[in-house]
Design a protein around this ligand. Structure first.
Ligand SMILES: Cc1ncc(COP(=O)(O)O)c(C=O)c1O
Length: 421
């Protein structure tokens, strides 16, 4: 394919004109789905525009969901679903608090250990996507450099280099924290477990999304807590009017939700909704356990804010980890428990004392200078592509009435919301 030079037209940015031209070539079928589009350098020569203009145009086309960048390979035309699948609407749970029984999840988990079973329901990252060589090197390095620390009980709230890195990274989520507000734990699961233990007693009711992450249900069951499922929209998340209604009736002791790219729906609350949620919590003085394990993994460059970013009164217990981004096996996570920090720290001590030092130091070193940002860009692209391929496979092989959620992203350039398909 050879593109003509663009003639500048007034009122439209040059990069938009370049993007529009390439978009037409895609629509007309000159550039076919899956095909590689000319390199930035080639397009710069063919269209007689600067390299920066071509790069901006390619980014705009990525935002429009038309092309996708593959590391060390170039830009490719996306497979666009000819007929986008129907999307589910908001859930409508019965509105009654009930005991939780997760025995079916346990049974399914057992079966999934059998070789050859495909885990369609588990959000388990492919280890091939992780920087295993770099992590192994860092693991050896931190053990050689800190043998005593790595083989001792380290003190709560966890090792400083990691807490420094987590505090720095959480600035991207809109949180201004000092490292001593952060407690290191064994993954998000332990963070949520300790947090819920700190703010509830057996028999209490916890308001959750419907459907909810099954791991949260397992924690509720093990703590003898009741679940009150609330209507949840697959894009915008939990219904705030329903939450406020439940809180106003005095039947809820705490809330627990996945704030960004929830599992299983993929929903992500807008910032304004997160702020409104915190205002409701403050009005009724009810704590919320925020699971932000997917916050770094949006398909957009801008990381969405955490609910914690709007929390002035210490009511949000923020939990996350490196399980979906760097390594689930190292079991390194963190909690920012606000006004419940002391209680959560004590519970951590009673439960398993501390999190393994070598694991903390290796993750700290990777976050500090292991190329985390580059790795994240690679992961986000890979996950975005996988969503597309999975959706295509559902359209091809599942019954036609199957509905598919669309994890969304916010467009960097246009301030609008778009989906990857
Ligand atoms: C929403 C959610 N929270 C937490 C976890 C588990 O996180 P971790 O490995 O950090 O305990 C998962 C794993 O699937 C998840 O989907």
């Amino acid at each position: 394919m050879k593109a003509r030079p663009v003639e500048k037209s007034p009122g439209v940015n040059l990069y938009e004109q370049v993007a529009n031209r390439i978009q037409s070539l895609i629509k007309e079928g000159t550039l076919k789905p899956g095909s590689r589009i000319p390199s930035v350098r080639k397009m710069h020569q063919q269209m007689s525009v600067s390299i920066t203009t071509v790069l901006e145009a390619y980014r705009l086309l990525e935002d429009r969901g038309l092309i996708v960048a593959r590391p060390q390979s170039g830009y490719y035309v996306r497979h666009i679903l000819s007929l986008p699948p129907a999307e589910p609407t908001s859930s409508a749970p019965p509105g009654l608090a009930c005991n939780v029984d997760t025995s079916i999840a346990f049974k399914i988990n057992k079966v999934l250990r059998e070789p050859g079973m495909i885990k369609l329901g588990a959000a388990v990252p492919d280890p091939e996507l992780f920087p295993l060589a770099a992590l192994n090197r860092l693991m050896g390095q931190v053990m050689r450099q800190n043998p005593e620390v790595c083989h001792s009980y380290n003190a709560l709230p966890g090792l400083e280099p990691l807490r420094d890195e987590v505090a720095r990274r959480l600035m991207d989520a809109g949180c201004s924290l000092t490292p001593d507000q952060i407690l290191i734990v064994n993954g998000t699961t332990e963070g949520m477990y300790l947090s819920l233990r700190a703010i509830t007693k057996p028999g209490d009711t916890v308001a959750i999304e419907s459907p909810s992450y099954y791991g949260l249900l397992e924690i509720l069951q093990s703590l003898h807590l009741k679940a009150l499922e609330l209507p949840t929209h697959p894009r915008s998340g939990l219904s705030l009017p329903d939450l406020e209604n439940a809180l106003s009736q005095g039947q809820v002791a705490a809330c627990a939700i996945v704030s960004n790219f929830s599992n299983p729906l993929g929903s992500c609350m807008e910032d304004s909704k997160k702020k409104a949620l915190v205002e409701i919590l403050e009005r009724y003085d009810i704590p919320l356990v925020e699971d932000d394990v997917y916050g770094d993994l949006g398909f957009d460059e801008m990381r969405p804010k955490a609910i914690k970013a709007f929390d002035k009164k210490g009511l949000v217990l923020y939990c996350s980890s490196c399980s979906k981004t760097i390594s689930p096996g190292l079991r390194v996570g963190w909690v920012v428990a606000g006004r419940y920090q002391n209680t959560v720290e004590q519970l951590k001590l009673f439960t398993n004392i501390v999190t393994a030092a070598a694991n903390q130091l290796a993750i700290a070193a990777f976050l500090a200078n292991g190329g985390y940002d580059r790795h994240l860009r690679h992961l986000r692209r890979a996950y975005g592509e996988q969503v597309l391929r999975m959706t295509q496979a559902i359209c091809d092989y599942f019954p036609p009435e199957t509905k598919v959620t669309r994890p969304h992203r916010r467009s960097r350039l246009m301030g609008r919301t778009s989906t990857p398909f």
